[in-house]
Design a protein around this ligand. Structure first.
Ligand code: ADP
Ligand code: MG
Length: 579
């Protein structure tokens, strides 16, 4: 709750203005029935044209002021609501951008999307309603009640009519709340669910087609959709029933008032008083209905507020150390060291354990091991995509946790195992990490990444369109673009997580050749599946089930690391092995 209230503080001035106008509107509204009563009594009753004009003009002016106030309130409240939602959306986005794996895993992507769209809309609606009604309803309710007494001409049974009407309204609201309330809470979860399934199915379209599971998926979506539909139908129906019942109550009140007063009318002033009383009575009942409106939408909005604050108040686990908030623009030499590093994804099991090795600048260090042996986990610790649970990772002897995140990541050209290209052009993707990409820089990194050939084969060259997620280039082309993107940063450390697996052997070899020529003084860390890719590395780290089982050069490992020998034997012929 606190996290959200903070967002309104910025607009305190607008909120106060809005409340002032609202008070003005309410006061004007409260005057009108009284003037009308005077108009009828002294003007129409006395057949005095002068009085009719006198009161008539006053009523017109008051009505106009009320109208202007109402417009101003609408103006301020919608502005405040829209701006608060904008700020919330911005901050959610910023917050999620800084999420580490750990935080990210707590929310599904679809839930994050619902939270930053639908949930914020709920908050926006509540804000508008709240600003519109918060002052208005009490002033109208209390003021209307006082005025009503003045015009009741001593008929005490009139008061009972109002009390009875209010009791009915409150009863209706309580019924509505107990029935509808739980459904509203359910609804946000169901929206999450529909989004989740739609997201799954749209991104997995090819698999669904290939496995012929369309009907299964349709059913899955249909079920989630039906759940959501039935909940929202139920809530809207309840709300729809409520409205006519409220109208009946209001009309019943008017009828009862006319009926009670009718027997006692002796002159026109009593008719005028009755009309004024009727309007004040309606104002009182209306104010109760308005307050009840807040109660109807408040619960749903509270759910949304909770969901939004959950994201905003999430503690970000990976952040700058104290005193390192500002990037200094350092450039490291690039010696990366792992000292006794362990990391677990939670659940008490370590994915990698006791990892100690060094990747020196000017050398190629390779990580090899079967899938699931922890290679990606290890390299992800270098740019702090997550933090080691034990031990430390250092660059040039400095713990990565003591380096400003921006500086750290600026020093690392990282090609993740799961590549993502962004919609745009080839150039915008390769120059992604640069502030001002130059043509030479782009061409050079494309050339080293062996991407020039296919880039130039397209008539658009560097300006060729890339679709969302890079879906319009092949796996190998995507990998090469991702490599070029990392290379364009010209950093002292390069990490390639399984980045050569989709390349054919020839390109793989050419790329490594170009790398060692052009990046001879950089620290290169290569995660690979193929022994051929890393055979010439200066140092090879062999992993098995999260532990290091051998470090050394290819020839040494063949002799004294059985795991490495197994991997090598399964891929190379006896001659290639040189055994
Ligand atoms: P590799 O890259 O060598 O194939 P990973 O480092 O990706 O292996 O995975 C090492 C282990 O950690 C595996 O057992 C895997 O199941 C587990 N793991 C990887 N990522 C996650 C994650 N986000 N959450 C939980 N466990 C994970
Ligand atoms: Mg991996």
């Amino acid at each position: 709750m606190k996290t959200i209230i903070k967002y309104y503080r910025k607009y305190a001035l607008a909120i106060i203005s809005s409340l002032l106008f609202l008070t003005g509107e309410a006061i004007c509204e409260l005057q009108l029935p009284g003037y009308m009563s005077n108009l009828v009594t002294y003007g129409i009753g006395a057949a005095d044209m002068g009085q009719i004009w006198h009161y008539g003009w006053q009523m017109i002016v008051i009505a106009l002021i009320a109208c202007v106030c109402a417009v101003m309130v609408g103006f301020f409240s919608s502005q405040i609501a829209a701006k608060v939602s904008r700020d919330l959306r911005n901050d959610i986005f910023k917050q999620v951008m800084n999420f580490a794996n750990e935080e990210y895993n707590k929310f599904s992507v679809s839930s994050l999307i619902t939270r930053s769209t639908n949930d914020i809309t709920q908050i926006q609606n509540l804000t508008i309603l709240f600003l519109r009604l918060i002052m208005f309803a009490p002033i109208m309710g209390i003021g209307g009640a006082i005025k009503a007494v003045q015009y009741s001409s001593g008929i005490s049974s009139l008061a009972y009519v109002i009390v009875a009407a209010i009791a009915i309204v409150i009863l209706l609201i309580i019924i509505a709340l107990t029935v509808v309330q739980p459904k509203f809470i359910k609804m946000q979860k169901q929206i999450d669910n529909v989004n989740q399934i739609a997201n799954d199915e749209l991104s997995g379209m090819l698999v669904i087609r290939a496995f012929n599971t369309q009907s299964h998926e349709e059913k899955r979506f249909d079920n989630a959709n039906k759940d959501l539909t039935s909940t929202s139908l139920f809530t809207s129906r309840m709300m729809a029933i409520l409205m006519p019942i409220m109208t009946i109550v209001m009309n019943g009140v008017m009828l009862a008032i006319v009926w009670l007063v009718a027997y006692k009318v002796e002159d026109i002033s009593q008719v005028a008083n009755m009309m004024a009383f009727m309007q004040y009575a309606l104002q009182v009942i209306m104010s109760f209905m308005m307050i009840s409106m807040i109660f109807i939408i408040l619960p749903r909005a509270i759910v949304s507020i909770k969901r939004v604050s959950e994201v905003l108040s999430m503690n970000i686990s990976i952040k700058n150390a104290e005193g390192k908030e500002e990037p200094t623009g350092v450039r490291f030499k690039g010696d990366v060291r792992f000292e006794n590093v362990s990391y677990g994804y939670g659940g008490g099991v370590n994915a990698v354990e006791n990892i100690t090795f060094e990747a020196k600048s000017g050398q190629v260090t390779a990580l090899i091991g079967s899938t699931g042996s922890g290679k990606s986990t290890i390299v992800n610790l270098i740019p702090r995509l997550m933090d080691a649970t034990q031990g430390k990772v250092t660059i040039d002897g400095v713990d990565v946790r003591d380096i400003n995140l921006k500086d750290l990541r600026n020093n690392i050209g990282f090609v993740p195992q799961k590549n993502t290209l962004f919609s745009g052009t080839v150039a915008s993707n390769i120059g992604y990490g640069l502030d001002e990409p130059t043509d030479e820089a782009l061409d050079k990194s494309a050339r080293i990444a062996q991407a020039s050939e296919f880039i130039n084969s397209s008539p658009d060259g560097m300006q060729r369109e890339i679709a969302q997620g890079g879906s319009n280039v092949s796996g190998g082309q995507k990998q090469r673009l991702a490599i070029a993107r990392a290379l364009s940063k010209n950093s002292p450390i390069y990490v390639f997580d399984d980045s050569f697996s989709a390349l054919d052997f020839k390109t793989d070899a050419k790329l490594r050749m170009a790398l060692s020529e052009e990046m001879s003084d950089a620290t290169v860390i290569i995660v690979a599946q193929r022994v051929g890719t890393i055979k010439n590395a200066d140092s090879i780290v062999v992993l098995d089930d999260g532990k290091i089982v051998g470090i050394g050069k290819h020839e040494d490992l063949l002799k004294n690391c059985p795991t490495y020998l197994d991997i090598a034997k399964s891929q190379l012929s006896e001659e290639e092995l040189g055994l």
